[in-house]
Design a protein around this ligand. Sequence first.
Ligand code: NAP
Length: 481
Amino acid sequence: MAFQDWMKEANLIGGAWVGADGGATIDVTNPADGSVIGTIPKGGTAETDRAIAAATEAFPGFRDMSLMERCNLLWKLHDALMDNQKDLAELLTVEMGKPMAESMGEIAIGAQYVRWFAEEARRAKGEIVPAGVNGRRILVTKHAIGVVGMITPWNFPSSMLARKVAPALAVGCTVVAKPATATPYSGLAWGALCEEVGYPKGVMNVVTGSAREISKAMMESAAVRKITFTGSTEVGKELIRGSADTVKKVSMELGGNAPFVVFDDADLEKAVEGAMVSKFRNAGQTCVCANRIYVQSGIHDAFVARLKEKTEALKVGDGREDGVEQGPMIDMDAVEKVEEFVADAKEKGGEIVTGGGRHGNGGTFFEPTIMTGATQAMKFATEEIFGPLAPVFKFETEEEAIAMANDTVYGLACYAYTSDLARAFRLNEGLAYGMIGINSGLITTVEAPFGGVKESGLGKEGGSQGLEDYLETKYVCIDGI
Ligand code: NAP
């Protein structure tokens, strides 16, 4: 097979691959060269309503399928992902731009989520709680929540769906998914994979097109009992508001503004390695990317010098070329946004150490960039950069570092490098973030609850908590015993 075999140019609704009513389509481009790679249906309200109806019809049968049958389907889904890892990864790179090595990793971690939730589903236990009076029994039981609407972003077009689809299917929920318009094929491929391994018709539906119409149809439907979203905080807030009228459960994986704090007592080499992976992975376009690098004054210059060496060695190019470590940015708007951050910081006294502008490859390629002399007055102190720009701030004391790190509405991931155990505990307690990497710049793993606090979100993906988000709890009181 080749990646084209997974590139579905239609929507999956009730087990049928269909176009939009009236046949409208949207072009999809490869960000590495701007070429059109295919089209997708421009679906909207009517198509989404049909997908919701199909998911609603499929729900009772799927919910009542035996647990082992549902787990076996997930195991098959895991194997289908891994058997087709290279083709699915190439499809991801072609539509999104990230290097092949990262795409291979994304498909693999998606498969790991599927396996994890196949295992966790067997432990979705209830409780028997001691009653306060004689003659009563209190049972607490767990149930699939129902039809789930899923909306995902372009930066991890496969794994962001994996973390939602796997727990939903594990407990017996049915799905209506809307992938990002820039990178729809990896999302549509989840439909094709589910079909291939034998999920009943209507369990997995994928609709592409107008974000506003599709999300509105999901929010207004009383049948959709949960909305799970990964994307910007701005859109997340709209979805929370829109879900209020039908009182849906919501899970929100939103924006970040991760501080990366390096203390004088850190292992320099480890800290630089961590900063490289946290900052430049996916060309800086991840929600957990180091957005602000705070370095204590005693190690500042050595850290910047080593970071510069490593940054200048990064190979930038088409993600499908051998050895490429940084691909293009998703589109020209993203490039212009990074340029604005650079201009604002320069105006306020920031200095470019390396990079600073568009890359010689042209298009949406941007140079891996480091700036020093960053301050809290610069735009990137409060806004998400989402690009390959590493601003370095200098600090003196631990208290100052914690205060600056927490000075944001976001609270997704943060990182700190230190060899002082007592300090590590103080940081865990003092940093207002949902995820904290101590001496590690790469912390995502299926066993742990991924998610933010403050305006970075609600709910968790992964870990046992990631399953809980697709279940509702019932209490049964049995009296007269
Ligand atoms: P986005 O603009 O919020 O888009 C995400 C999804 O929402 C896409 O499918 C998009 O559809 C849809 N959408 C856009 N406008 C909408 C609206 N008004 N109503 C309903 N849906 C709408 O975010 P993005 O630019 O794709 O992704 C980057 C953001 O995601 C960053 O802020 C990043 O931090 C965050 N993120 C968070 C996590 C996490 O786990 N916390 C992980 C990855 C990314 P279209 O594509 O059709 O516009």
